[in-house]
Design a protein around this ligand. Structure first.
Ligand code: NAP
Ligand code: GLV
Length: 357
């Protein structure tokens, strides 16, 4: 949202200078860095509207620059310098320390800097009355599908075996399987999973998907709910996990579900580490029931130096890079969400904290 020149002049006229220039104002004391207005009694009593940025992943300064231009009426504060907590109406976060959101009495909306929001909802003091919006695609879907297709083709075309043969200078042709004879299963048919399933189907794979509620996607055999899970898993030779991490999906890849996959199956986890019971996955790989695990996400990130995944011959590790929001697309979406909130309209991407996504 751009302010007209007139309203910008008005806005500037109401400024009394940054808190650091004032003598002991409340915002100053609290470490605030933005404008505030003086009340009749000379106290800093009128609230400035502010947005609190919190991320250990995204650099704040490009956001601050864009907000200064697009929402000059919003004071941009970077956690932990929250300033007067009463001013904060919006939080723009990847994640923030547990309990912080609860201390913001006038918080109206939380805008997540990611597609997944488990890292926000895990806060036991998450203020469930505050609306939460997440990123929808923002450049993630194309990258996720690229990553997953690369992993699927690597398994399908037996490239690990050819790499091993090359190391031994061994010239040997291995049997090939036509894609129409290979079943690839996608767990989660949301924004990201549906994009992948469609592309796998176009590549000619027998593609199946699993979701919480019934879905219908061209070229994709759709299963849903607990009732559809055993059949889905029983068919899925290469399984890609693209579920949100919720109380229902925590630890969903475990000894029981891994046993339901066909012998020699492969798994690609590009959602969250919490979906996998790591000891069960290692046991399934060691027993040969699972032929390969391509893992982008882990319980504890970064992955510890001594973690067995690093050196396991059947495991591929990447450092949570399957998809990263494209800054410009994410920014457009965030600005549109704020614009709609300020205009009293309904933004896209609302999360239901009761189901966790
Ligand atoms: P989304 O649009 O919310 O889709 C979630 C899908 O999972 C939906 O199809 C949903 O079913 C299904 N689902 C949820 N709970 C389920 C359950 N209990 N049983 C069966 N299906 C269930 O999410 P998205 O935007 O595609 O993102 C998916 C996840 O990818 C994110 O939550 C995040 O964790 C992860 N991610 C990872 C990276 C990375 O770099 N590794 C990057 C971005 C995102 P319904 O369709 O029935 O609702
Ligand atoms: C990244 O992991 C995201 O959830 O956007």
């Amino acid at each position: 949202m751009r302010l007209s020149d007139e309203s910008q002049q008005f806005f500037m006229a109401t400024r009394v200078g940054p808190p650091s220039e004032s003598a002991g104002g409340a915002a100053d004391a609290a470490g605030g860095s933005g404008p505030y207005r003086q009340g009749e009694d000379g106290e800093a009593s009128m609230r400035t509207k502010a947005i609190l940025f919190g991320s250990d992943f995204d650099a704040p300064l490009p956001f601050r620059e864009v907000f200064a231009r697009e929402f000059p009426e919003l004071d941009f504060r970077i956690w932990p310098d929250a300033g007067r907590v009463e001013d904060i109406e919006y939080a723009l976060i990847w994640k923030i320390d547990d309990g912080v959101l609860r201390t913001l009495p006038n918080l109206r909306a939380i805008l997540a800097l990611g597609a997944g929001v488990d890292q926000i909802l895990k806060d036991p003091a998450f203020p469930a009355h505050v609306v939460l919006y997440r990123l929808l695609d923002a450049g993630l879907a194309a990258q996720m599908s690229e990553y997953a297709i690369h992993a699927v083709l690597d398994v399908h075309r037996r490239m690990a075996e050819y790499r091993a043969q090359q190391r031994r200078r061994e010239w040997r042709r291995l049997d090939a399987v036509h894609p129409s004879e290979r079943t690839v299963g996608v767990m989660g048919l949301g924004v990201l999973g549906a994009d992948l399933a469609r592309k796998l189907s176009v590549l000619g794979f027998r593609t199946i998907g699993w979701s919480r509620t019934p879905k219908s996607l061209d070229g994709v055999g759709c299963f849903y709910g607990e009732g559809g899970m055993a059949e889905f898993l029983g068919r899925s030779e290469i399984t890609v996990v693209l579920l949100p991490l919720t109380p229902e999906t925590q630890g969903i890849i475990n000894s029981k579900t891994l046993r339901q996959l066909p012998r020699g199956a492969a798994i690609v986890n590009i959602a969250r580490g919490g979906h996998v019971v790591e000891a069960d996955l290692l046991a399934a790989l060691d027993s040969g029931h699972l032929s390969r695990a391509v893992l982008d996400v882990f319980h504890d990130e970064p992955l510890a130096d001594d973690h067995p995944f690093w050196t396991h011959p059947r495991v591929v590790v990447t450092p949570h890079i399957a998809a990263q929001p494209i800054a410009e697309l994410a920014m457009q979406q965030i600005l549109e969400t704020l614009r709609r909130l300020e205009a009293g309209e309904t933004p896209m991407g609302r999360v239901d904290p009761a189901i966790g996504y």
